[in-house]
Design a protein around this ligand. Structure first.
Ligand code: PEP
Ligand code: MN
Length: 344
């Protein structure tokens, strides 16, 4: 259940509601919408039956949420959320682009990548310092050294940093250097990790699990949000199907589905979604046309020499070409108001 407060409800009114919830042994989470504050009740809501919450001062109305994910659901928060990451708004009127190499390989490679990414107009630099590789013998990432190069690249270019955290132990370090923490596909249901990134307060990019249903993905977001972190952005990166030509099957329908089911933004990763650089541009354009709030794309100064995912990485020239087309498409969609009906 969620309790929608009046726009003029005071902090004392909210505290009173929280106290009533706690008195019956349940937990309360407050989220702030643009116009209203919402108090979500976590736990068995039947315990609240004898309490006339609707009648309390400052309460507008209560909504019973049928889904197991509550804070992430659009039912609880009808207006779309805009997630602010160090001043960049994800879910606003412009698509946000995150681009960069699969992995931070060296200082030189990363700083060169950052200049390329900046010149194309993306807002975020991506690059893994902790790499979740299928084989233990593959390059595992530079760890803290890589994080330092990412922070240096931010200093030099002003780009925001998004990078993956793979273990609970590394959260503090990654949160210290990065603007946004990435939870990779392989960790989407690592519930201990989700809870800890929920506690750390930094915005989270939550990639879809290799074979996760939308319901499982939404519940993964709920794990993070229920620990007090409302700043979650979904990233569709393809799922396992019987198709083997592509690395994964990029589920474009997830964009519209998530927009309907949740108020959180969703971006798309056509690099891991296809595994093929040639498919990145058409899928990137398709994602923006379908209403995605942004993209994550792998770009490498020299894909042939990349230590990981070279075959799905764009060259600097292709990256700039994709960015030009995306900007044109986004402008056209906005000018013609083509996606007006999609969200609410
Ligand atoms: C990545 O973005 O670096 C990555 C490993 O992607 P995924 O978790 O989607 O496989
Ligand atoms: Mn990769």
């Amino acid at each position: 259940m969620v309790i929608i407060m009046n726009p003029d409800a005071t902090q004392q009114n909210i505290n009173d509601v929280i106290e009533v919830i706690k008195d019956v042994g349940l937990e309360a989470r407050v989220t702030e919408g643009v116009q209203q504050k919402i108090v979500a009740v976590i736990g068995d809501k039947s315990k609240l039956m004898p309490v006339p919450i609707d009648a309390m001062t400052g309460v507008d109305h209560c909504v019973a949420i049928s889904k197991s994910y509550k804070l992430a659901s659009r039912e609880s928060h009808p207006q779309s959320s805009v997630i602010n990451v160090s001043g960049v708004e994800i879910g606003g009127s412009e698509p946000i682009i995150m681009a960069g190499p699969c992995a931070v390989e060296s200082r030189e490679q990363l700083l060169e990548s950052a200049e390329i990414i900046k010149s194309g107009g993306a807002q975020f630099l991506r690059g893994g310092a902790y790499k979740p590789r299928t084989s233990p013998y593959s390059f595992q990432g530079l760890e803290e050294e890589g994080l330092k190069y990412l922070a240096e690249a931010r200093e030099k270019t002003g780009l925001k940093i998004v990078t993956e955290v793979t273990t609970v132990e590394a959260i503090e370090k990654v949160a210290y250097y990065a603007d946004m923490l990435q939870i990779g596909a392989r960790n989407m249901q690592n519930f201990g990790l989700l809870k800890e990134v929920g506690k750390c307060g930094k915005p989270v990019l939550l990639k879809r699990g290799l074979a996760a249903t939308l319901d499982e993905w939404l519940n993964a977001a709920e794990y993070i949000m229920s620990e007090g972190n409302p700043n979650v952005v979904f990233c569709e990166r393809g799922i396992r199907t019987y198709e083997t030509y592509t690395r994964n099957t990029l589920d474009m329908s997830a964009i519209a589905a998530i927009k309907h089911l949740s108020h959180l933004p969703i971006i798309v990763d056509p690099s891991h979604g296809t595994g093929k650089w040639r498919m990145v541009k058409p899928m990137a354009l398709a994602a923006i046309a379908a209403g995605a709030d942004g993209l994550m794309m792998e770009v490498h100064p020299n894909p042939a020499k990349a230590l990981s995912d070279g075959s799905q990485s764009l060259t600097p020239e292709h990256y700039r070409d994709v960015m030009t087309s995306i900007n044109k498409l986004a402008k056209f969609i906005k000018a013609e108001n083509l996606l007006s009906f999609v969200e609410d």
